[in-house]
Ligand binder design. Structure first.
Ligand code: 6PG
Length: 252
């Protein structure tokens, strides 16, 4: 299992700029090597300027497939929608084919059914791209993740059932009583590359626990993420504070 590659950037703009260049590099490399790129987006506020920056890039848009690692259970036009945010600042401004943008279904009053439907959507795309069998876990080229101040990632919240779901790609996460649709740990950990984007002093306490030897994985779910591919943490200095991450390794 690879040791995570940590990069500590002086501030959030520098983190966003570094993240943007790594996403562009990953997209170009994947398209050059295999003719397409599959990318799962993080929600929340941190990645918004990165997505805005992608809108100004010259990329092979018709070769890119976009998914969401998690989504709030709201319509796309709701202010809390992760898809709505990415569409507004990026996806509605570039010529990615609409059927390459896999928006999480959130309109029916049935989150478990929505999770199953999204899983079927993912399998249909990867079946076409990679010919995966129904029991295979698809391998994304890049999954972007954020981390909450409680150590959650995607919609894998502390001490929730979603953390231990291992027989599906997508499940229902719960932020308190709010349902979310989220990738499962096995799907995230199958990715060729996972990149965390973490900025802000409010993340310090959780970050310390994520990298503390022996801390509780279920209390700090970002500890569960150790992909078979590359793991990169982009952190800004305010998130790191006085933490000594020089010998940081992901929990085994
Ligand atoms: C979401 C995200 C969530 C987010 C973290 C960090 O739907 O909110 O997927 O996991 O990445 O909560 O959010 P910020 O970037 O806003 O701090």
């Amino acid at each position: 299992m690879p040791v995570p590659m940590l990069e500590i950037l002086p501030d959030k703009p520098a983190l966003v700029q570094r993240g943007l260049s790594l996403v562009v590099e990953t997209i170009r490399s994947a398209v050059a090597n295999q003719g397409y790129c599959t990318l799962a987006l993080a929600g929340g506020s941190t990645p918004k300027p990165l997505y805005r920056g992608l809108a100004a890039q010259d990329l092979p848009w018709e070769k890119i497939y976009i998914f969401w690692g998690d989504e709030r259970y709201v319509p796309v036009d709701h202010p809390d929608s992760n898809a709505g945010m990415a569409k507004a600042v990026w996806l509605d401004r570039v010529p990615i084919p609409p059927d390459h943008i896999l928006i999480t279904p959130t309109l029916e009053d049935d989150p478990p059914a929505a999770a199953s439907q999204y899983e079927a959507m993912i399998r249909a795309i990867f079946g076409g791209l990679q010919g995966i069998s129904p029991d295979e876990v698809p391998e994304f080229d890049l999954i972007l993740l954020g981390m909450g101040d409680d150590g959650h990632t995607a919609s894998l919240f502390p001490h929730t059932e979603a953390l231990t779901v291992s027989d599906r790609l997508v499940t229902v996460g719960n932020k308190g009583s709010d349902p979310r649709i989220t990738f499962t740990v096995p799907l995230i950990n199958r990715s060729r590359r996972v990149m965390f984007l973490v900025a802000g002093a409010d993340k310090q306490t959780a970050l310390a626990q994520v990298f503390a030897a022996g801390a509780d994985d279920l209390a700090f779910p970002s500890r569960l993420i150790h992909p078979h591919g590359e793991l990169k943490w982009l952190l800004d200095q305010s998130a790191v504070g006085n933490l000594d991450l020089s010998s940081a390794t992901t929990p085994s």
